[in-house]
Structure formats: structure tokens, C-alpha cells
Design a protein around this ligand. Sequence first.
Ligand code: SF4
Length: 367
Amino acid sequence: MKGLYIHIPFCAKKCEYCDFVSYSGMESRIDEYLDALSAEAAQRGGARVDTVFIGGGTPTILNAEQITRLCGIVRNNFELSSGAEWTAEANPGTVTDRKIYAMLKGGINRISAGVQSFNDRELRAAGRIHDAETAYNTVISLVKNGFRNISIDLMASLPYQTPETFAESLRTAAELPLEHVSVYSLIIEEGTPIKEKYDEGIYSEPDEDTDRELYSYTKSFLESRGFYRYEISNYARHGYESKHNMLYWTCGEYIGLGAAAHSYTGGERYFNTSDINRYMSGSFSDGERERLTKRDMMGEFMMLGLRMTRGVMADEFLKRFGCGMTDVFGAEIKKHVSAGLLEYDGKVCRLTERGLDIANTVMCDFI
Ligand code: SF4
């Protein structure tokens, strides 16, 4: 399995919590950016890929013609395997029927929509450009126009959110024809407007117990609606797990194109420049590379693999690294099995329900 990631670093407006590489007010430079992307794809293309993920930023800030052009850049420079999953992130408030048509015609077959909440007060506090009705109608339009594989992102622990309003958002999500739901907790990053508001006491810090309660409710509610939890923050109907993310969690290889994208091939991580002007001038990379040692790779294989509820298979570990999982990580596994955070039956090592709640504590022991 090999993946392709393309970063579109443009947004209509920065969300209050966002520290991703994305810029607002630069839409006039999208064509120039696509020129650079096309040049980078021509340099680094040629591979056969099983998944494509267009993320950002806001890919759907591109107009229909630009979306068509972007899809052409992918198809002209990469060979897509049969049945390839091709996802684009979509921001409600930027999606039109013409753009949906351009995405479908271009080959995109999965949408990941950044809904975050179906509560207008929470959406305003998060600085989203859309309201709940727009988010709902965006999903309906996507389905009406032909998309059959739609995921939405929701956020837990947003300002003003209560367990009741969170549950209401989940119930609204369940009314929609979705195949996949991701639920992430708000992370208050340094340097973001939302961090200042927390520092000034305008919002009160989310507490960990409530956050866990929301996760536990999410699991039981979504399971009652036909989804299963296949990763710490991700729920899918069977067969609709995100193949692209599974590729990341199984340490698969991927090529990243665009400003701030990174790639992982041949045991090496390769970083593109985050400076969009530099990228558009044709200097795609700052030359930063990281070669992983075998020990690094084994640690990452465990850390990422444990994110998935299916866990890490001992025979896959052996096949990949030529040594046994317990020969390398016997002490760590034993420690967390004793604490009730991991289970290991000789074939599979996975987080228990309790371990999933405090996954970071367990995972950081492997790297
Ligand atoms: S839409 Fe996404 S990438 Fe853009 S500012 Fe908001 S969170 Fe950041």
C-alpha cells in the first residue's frame, strides 16, 4: 500500500483553535500554488498509489475549475490502483453543487467534512465559517449529488459544549447518511486565539473526566447506530474505515506534495517547506530529512498500531522487522498488561478499554 497526500494551505478564515499551515485571504494565489504543485508532482510522480488524501487547509476553497485541475495533476502524475480511495476534506460553507460535480468527475470518491459541531454557539466560539444548518445541508448535497462515502469530524470539549449539546450533535450526525465519524478533542495550542481566551478566563478549561465521559458516550451511541470504533478517535461502518489513515497507522509509505507536506519512503521522512512563498517559487523542500533507525521504526509501528482497536499483530511485527515483538518490547508489554491497559495473547497486542482512555501514557513507552 502506498498513499499520496496533497496539502492545500488556504482557508476562508482561520478557525480560533487552528495551528495548521493554512492561510486566509490568499485565494488570489491558488492558481499559482497549483502551478507549483503541478511542477512538484511532475518531479516526484510516477508511483502507483492506493489512497489519495487532499487535505488542508480547505481543499473546497478551490473553485470548480481549480478542483478539476488539481484532480488532473493527480491523475496525470500518479497511477491509481483499482478501487483506490480518494478523499478530499470539505469545509461546509465552501461547498457548492458545481464543486461537488468537479470532485466526482475528477475521481474523488470520499469526503471528509469538517463539521465539528451541530451547535451554532459552539461553532461561533470555534471560529468556524459555517453554522449547523449549512453543515447539515452540505452533507445532504454531497449525497444528493452522488457521494456514497462521507465522513464528518466532530469536536469534543469545545467552549460552551456540555454533555447534552455534544450528545445532540452526535444525534444529528446519526440522522445523516454517513459511513464514518471522527471525534477529536479540542487541543488548545499555543499562539492560537482560543488559547488567549482560555488564558484570559473567557472560557474554562475542559476537564479530563468530562472529555472521557464524552468519548465513552460517543462509543456507545455510535455503536448503537451501526458504527464501530476502529481507532482511538475514529468510527466507521464495516468496510468504510479510512484506508489512507490506516496506511499511516500501519507505517505504510506515502508521498506528500504541497507546502508543509511530508513524505515517508524507504525508511526516511522527508519534509517540504512550510513557507508557502518559497514553495510557490519552486523550492519545494528545505532539504530536511530524517532517517529512521530500525529501533525508531519498531517503536513507531507499536505506537501507531496501538491506536487501532485491532492492535498490533505479532506475526506482522516479525515479518517486518525479523525479530519478535516481545523480544524487543517484552518489558513494556508486561508492564501495561499488569496495569490492565494492554492485552496480549501471544498473537495480538492491543489496548484495553481503559488503555484506550489513556492511550498516550501507554504509547509513549514504546518510542
Ligand atoms: S478550516 Fe481547518 S485548516 Fe482551515 S483554519 Fe479551520 S481548522 Fe484550520
